[in-house]
Design a protein around this ligand. Structure first.
Ligand SMILES: O=C(CO)COP(=O)(O)O
Length: 251
């Protein structure tokens, strides 16, 4: 079983003043006994790096360019993120897929760009409500996973973190049930085992309305190796409580 990881995805929230307060509270949480990270908006990477330096909380970005360098106005490369101390880059979040037209192959190329700069890509997959209701959940997730493996090659899948985020559970307050999460995570583990010798060591996070009240139950599910936390990562006490739930589930 991999060690658990809890990553906060701040999305497009924050300000210098609000971040200073949030980061300060997180930093004073001490060693939480579990790997944790915050994925902040690009302009705040420097602020977060400086404030989290010397703490156990790692830094991540919410996206990364598929390109290394050049005339790509508005893009941010993996090398730039690495220079700012990032360890992680989320790729393929459903909001990027749905709102910014990122397709499966683009997500794969972004994961490859992250790995090339020694970042750990957190590759998000997940089905919409319509896809779940029409029985397509695993077909959609396999298609998303296959596209990433197709670009990366099976041999590097052991360097990736995966996150199952059902679109209908994101920001809705309606988490997937432990049974639903266990079923999909088991399928993702099986998909990894078909391809990768270290499949059992690859973290598979769950994301979608994880809160202090449901974290323990979700983290106890087999093949759930932590969480990708949206709204609750903006509230220091909630994020710290979720990290502690992951630590408890690990021990
Ligand atoms: O999208 C998410 C994390 O990437 C989940 O968001 P919420 O925790 O706000 O549902």
């Amino acid at each position: 079983m991999p060690n658990k990881l809890v990553a906060g995805n701040w999305k497009m929230h924050g300000s210098l003043a609000a971040n200073a307060a949030l980061l300060g509270e997180l930093a004073s949480g001490g060693d939480l006994g579990v790997a944790c990270a915050v994925c902040v908006p690009y302009p705040y990477l420097g602020q977060a790096r400086d404030r989290l330096d010397g703490t156990a909380i790692a830094l991540g970005a919410q996206d990364v360019s598929e390109f290394g360098e050049g005339a790509y106005t508005g893009e941010v490369s993996a090398g730039m993120l690495a220079e700012f101390g990032c360890r992680y880059a989320i790729v393929g979040h459903s909001e990027r897929r749905a709102l910014f037209a990122e397709d499966d192959a683009t997500v794969g190329r972004k994961a490859a760009a992250a790995l090339a700069a020694r970042l750990v890509p957190i590759v998000c997959v997940g089905e919409t409500l319509a896809e779940r209701e029409s029985g397509e959940t695993m077909a959609v997730i396999r298609r998303q996973l296959d596209a990433v493996a197709g670009v990366l090659g099976d041999e590097v899948l052991g360097s990736v973190v995966f996150a199952y985020e059902p679109v209908w559970a994101i920001g809705t307050g309606r988490s997937a049930s432990a049974g639903q999460v266990g079923e999909v995570h088991g399928e993702i583990r099986g998909w990894l085992r078909e391809r990768c010798a270290v499949a059992d060591l690859v973290p598979i996070l769950y994301g979608g309305s994880v809160k202090p009240g449901n974290a323990a139950e979700l983290f106890a599910v087999e093949n759930v190796d932590g969480g990708l936390i949206g709204g609750a990562s903006l509230v220091a006490n909630d994020f710290l409580a979720i990290c502690r739930a992951a630590a408890n589930a690990q021990s």
